[in-house]
Design a binder for this molecule. Sequence first.
Ligand SMILES: [Fe+2]
Ligand SMILES: [Fe+2]
Length: 312
Amino acid sequence: MAMRYARCKGGASWSADNIPYDALARDRVRDDTHLFYTVASASFIEITSDLYTYNLIEYFRHDSEVVEWLQNVWQKEELQHGEALRRYVRTAWPDFDWDAAYRHFLAEYTPLCTVDQLAPTRALEMAARCVVETGTAGFYRMLSEQSREPVLKQLAARISADEVRHYKHFYRYFLRYQAHERPSRAAVLRILWSRASEIEAEDAFHAFKSVFLVRNPETEFQRSDYTAYVDGISRLAKNHFPLGMAVKMLLKPLGLNPVLGRAILPAATSAIRFIFMRHTGSPTPSSGVGNFDKRRQAPGASADGERPSRLL
Ligand SMILES: [Fe+2]
Ligand SMILES: [Fe+2]
């Protein structure tokens, strides 16, 4: 099972071998528990991309250009993101047993992983994919911009650039299918909104839980551990998520003039917040939990490292 990611190496523009892991400033991240959970969880979700994407490729099976890009570029790059993040985790936090935690994640999450519900038409599905890529592009840009550790800064910037490129491909395919199917603007808006607001963060929850259990083998996992983590992420996102970029990307498939674009800005902004949560945690309202229970503090982690008010 642990080898399922070994075949995922490669990608169109860069690979994990291009990342200077030797230069990683471990002292800047070693005690940053929140960053550890974020990067480890992201590595699990990215490296398991093929579990989510089979039905998408099947949906476009009649379109050889799309299928080829999905299989040979998009999926490989998503898996490569997972591989590169996995290497980062192993270098930055060498005591963490990544394989054991990932095995736990797969065992727990795979039976729960139902295929995504696809949009009723291919044009709308392409628009929906733009939503997901927008969320990931924004997340990794935030991770890069806020990172005090130069290797992570570089890695997250590369991943964010890939996600933006994925967005551009999906948008181009959207335009092509739109020309044939001619979905109304209302239908496009509905799919953008529903794909964003119906997102569940089950993958993020199980990724966090698996990381937590392996890092804290003597501690019973409680839902409040996850809630506290998500609260910290939410606070960071509120100030640092590149909402302007994300909203611009999200509105593009609607082909709105600037006036109309400004009118729906609040709804689009809410949608982007939902999307972001998928990759960092659930859209749980703030619980007001300020600190993890000290009993749960990981060996070697400082009290500050446990405080969710600072992520990176
Ligand atoms: Fe990715
Ligand atoms: Fe992507």
